[in-house]
Design a protein around this ligand. Sequence first.
Ligand code: SF4
Length: 385
Amino acid sequence: MKKTPNDNEFAKLLAEKQLDSANAHLAGIIDSASAGDVEKAIAADCGRYSLKRLATMLSPMAENYLESMAQKSMQITRQRFGSTVQLYAPLYVSNYCVNSCSYCAFSTQSSPDRIRLSIARACAEADIIAGEGFRHILLVSGEDSKFIDVDYLVKLAERLRSKFSSISIEIYPMSSSDYAKLFTAGIDGIAVYQETYDRSDYAKFHQAGPKSDFDWRLSTLSRAGQAGFRSLGLGFLIGLSDWRTQTLAMAEHADFLMKRYWQGRISFSFPRMRPAENVAQEMFGHMVTDSQLSQIMMALRLCFPDSEIVLSTRESANFRDNMSRICVTRVSAGSKTNPGGYGTEQGALKQFEIDDDRDAKDVAAALKAKGLEAVWKDWDSAFAK
Ligand code: SF4
């Protein structure tokens, strides 16, 4: 049995607030927000989160107040994080996957060109990443539990610990006991995107494989929090469902986790659908503009002043540089989205095409030009001892 009695706690809360389906009440708040409501929501105390406040700042009316939101977001971000932006690099260790997510090139339905990195090859890739200056690495894999299992991750983390001050994972959901082993081995950050908090949309895009279990995925960050992970990363895949409702559901998830796993810091990521091999973009009816994405990020910053806001190379250089000035606190750089992409396997299947293809030094230079300092390490585990 993979489930534990507490696993469904957040699922129940989500259902009570009708955030796992269409919600006419919230849609009413969003659609009817007046100029006065938006002004009051923006002026509220920094860090005061409520569903209503966030919904108001996500409203169509709030689109007229993006400059005010940007000014306040910038002020809060500089107060809490200084003029720094952390850099990290993803290391893809396998593009095998048993799932069939209809938006992903690694889906079991698509291309047969698969690669798994042995520990030695993964370390060679990591050496290239470390050589570029990174001290924060994110291990990424499809759901390939036959090869990328706990033993593999423990061995890899033990080899990487001396080179990286922080190791995070973005792989398939695991049990609390497995997370405890990874944490002991030196992995202290995790990102697990729910993709969509809407149950019916989730079922539509995840028809087979272990990932079709909505509740198991939904409770993953609670299990990681129980194991002691200090960075808990949330996100939804922008394009699958209504972005306003999804932002509200993700915020409720963050609020739930912060109250229970206070040792961990929440991070929000904003994966937007990107072109990928064998994936038809027309399937996705909820794409957002740059302006709407900035509205999401700034509204979250005003409600969650201490949370990390992460923007990957899925986004354009211009958008990333501008949002780093306003509210982003962590960016990837020089990313390869295929296993072996930094070294000898540059032709292997990529998960998606990146937009910002600048190398890490160019990203750091662009941040400097905006008055920001690139920080190459997330934190130092020595501080926790
Ligand atoms: S999104 Fe993740 S789980 Fe789904 S097919 Fe891609 S790699 Fe596999």
